[in-house]
Design a protein around this ligand. Structure first.
Ligand code: C5P
Length: 400
């Protein structure tokens, strides 16, 4: 759980600085207070205004600015954080930090801090491979600096190789691992959860949907975050409050939900609890459909993508654990076992949603956990308790 933690984020001058804006947003959504230092060259890539708008605080830039020093001295700036993150970390700032040079606000803060420092290097592949940079990186690691990335791939300079800044989600997972309080076994793991119904438009004012409240999916997202996972919740329309410490992405249709899920990858854990509409209207009307005396409209449907099956079937980036939910009205266990196989998921939480069960929209759930060919009946529990128990099972799974 990152809520209430504080980070000093140093943005040095690399094209990857634009990805740091996304990192600030994601940290903010998880309740992390982010204070920023923008180096002179960093300010060539992102503006102090965009950094300040996302962090909710001014971006500190100048060591010798009287305002900076009277409002917030560099010592306070470097100490009043739980962690200092340098992203992107250029070859230049790494070299200076390795040598103990303090000639601007960023490097001075790095020298003055008594907190752990995490660097996300980003540079051209030759610069990264250069003996000087490698020597500096080794020196920094020996000095206790932590590193995330760089990753291999297409570089902004047009070359392909190692030097790309780690993705914001990867940096975030590393941050949560470093700041995780004791008892957070999923720290460093990323989780994607779908929740709620989807809404499929008929025309601009009408839609088809279902009774899913989002209670169960939201509770799972909260439980995984409480266990330390960096959780992204992709939800259809729901009246449920955002779970604490979770990044929430709101969507309406099944196709938007799939897009948002794909954008959240890679993750270690995917839990698909959304009640996705199986069908959508083939051609929603662009204007409001009118009662024009010609009788009821004929609606034709096309099948929506199956998000769970898509994620479970990914050749690359398949999450290590994919968990589905199955709402059944009869033969709950048999149908769920078959569904688990058909959809290619690892586990499936099957529940009885027959009208007498009161599951849809209710507070309680009676579920069976399907793992491969095995099924385990859980007692009637609150949806919160189902989420916590599932979260513990997931944590145990990753603990090996
Ligand atoms: O086939 P059925 O709808 O019963 O499967 C339920 C499971 O599949 C749930 O985990 C649900 O979130 C997921 N699902 C999905 N995309 C669909 C339909 C179902 O992810 N289009």
């Amino acid at each position: 759980m990152l809520n209430g933690k504080r980070i000093l984020l140093i943005i040095s001058g690399g094209i990857a600085a634009y990805k740091t804006l996304e990192l600030i947003r994601r940290l903010g959504e998880r309740g992390v207070g982010v204070r920023t230092i923008l180096t002179k060259s960093g300010a060539q890539f992102v503006t102090p205004l965009s950094v300040a708008a996302l962090s909710g605080e001014r971006a500190y830039q100048d060591l010798f600015s009287l305002t900076d020093e009277s409002e917030m001295g560099h010592i306070r700036l470097s100490r009043e954080a739980d962690l200092v993150v340098v992203a992107p970390a250029t070859a230049n700032i790494m070299a200076k930090a390795a040598a103990g040079i303090a000639d601007d606000l960023a490097t001075t803060a790095l020298l003055a801090t008594d907190k752990p420092v995490l660097m996300a290097p980003a540079m051209n592949l030759q610069m990264w491979a250069h003996e000087a940079t490698q020597r500096n990186a080794t020196r920094l690691v020996d000095d206790g600096v932590l590193m995330v990335g760089p990753e291999a791939g297409d570089l902004a300079c047009g070359e392909i190789g190692s030097g790309r800044m780690a993705e914001p989600a990867t940096i975030l997972a590393r941050i949560s691992e470093l700041l995780a309080p004791a008892g957070t076994p999923l720290a460093g793991r990323r989780a994607l959860i779908t929740s709620g119904p989807t809404r499929e438009p008929i025309d601009p004012v009408r839609y088809i949907s279902n009774h899913s409240s989002g209670k169960q999916g939201h509770a799972v997202a909260g439980a995984l975050a409480a266990l330390g996972a960096a959780a992204t919740l992709v939800t259809g329309p729901s009246a449920e409050a955002d779970p604490a410490g979770v990044e929430v992405v709101r969507v309406e249709t099944a196709r938007q939900m799939l897009d948002a899920c794909q954008a959240a990858l890679p993750v270690d854990i995917a839990v698909c609890a959304a009640a996705v509409a199986d069908w959508r209207i083939a051609a929603p009307a662009s204007g409001k459909m009118k009662k024009d005396g010609a009788g009821p409209p004929e609606l034709s449907f096309v099948e929506n993508p199956d998000i769970l099956a898509t994620i479970a079937g990914l050749a690359e980036q398949r999450p290590a654990l994919v968990v589905g939910f199955a709402a059944e009205t009869e033969n709950v266990v048999e149908n769920a076992l078959a569904k688990c196989r058909r959809k290619g998921c690892d586990w499936l939480v099957a529940n009885d949603v027959s009208s007498q069960s009161g599951t849809f929209g209710g507070e309680h759930n009676t579920v069976h956990l399907i793992e491969g060919d095995a099924s385990e009946a859980w007692p009637k529990l609150s949806k919160q308790a189902v989420a916590e128990r599932l979260g513990r099972r997931i944590a145990d799974h990753f603990a090996g």
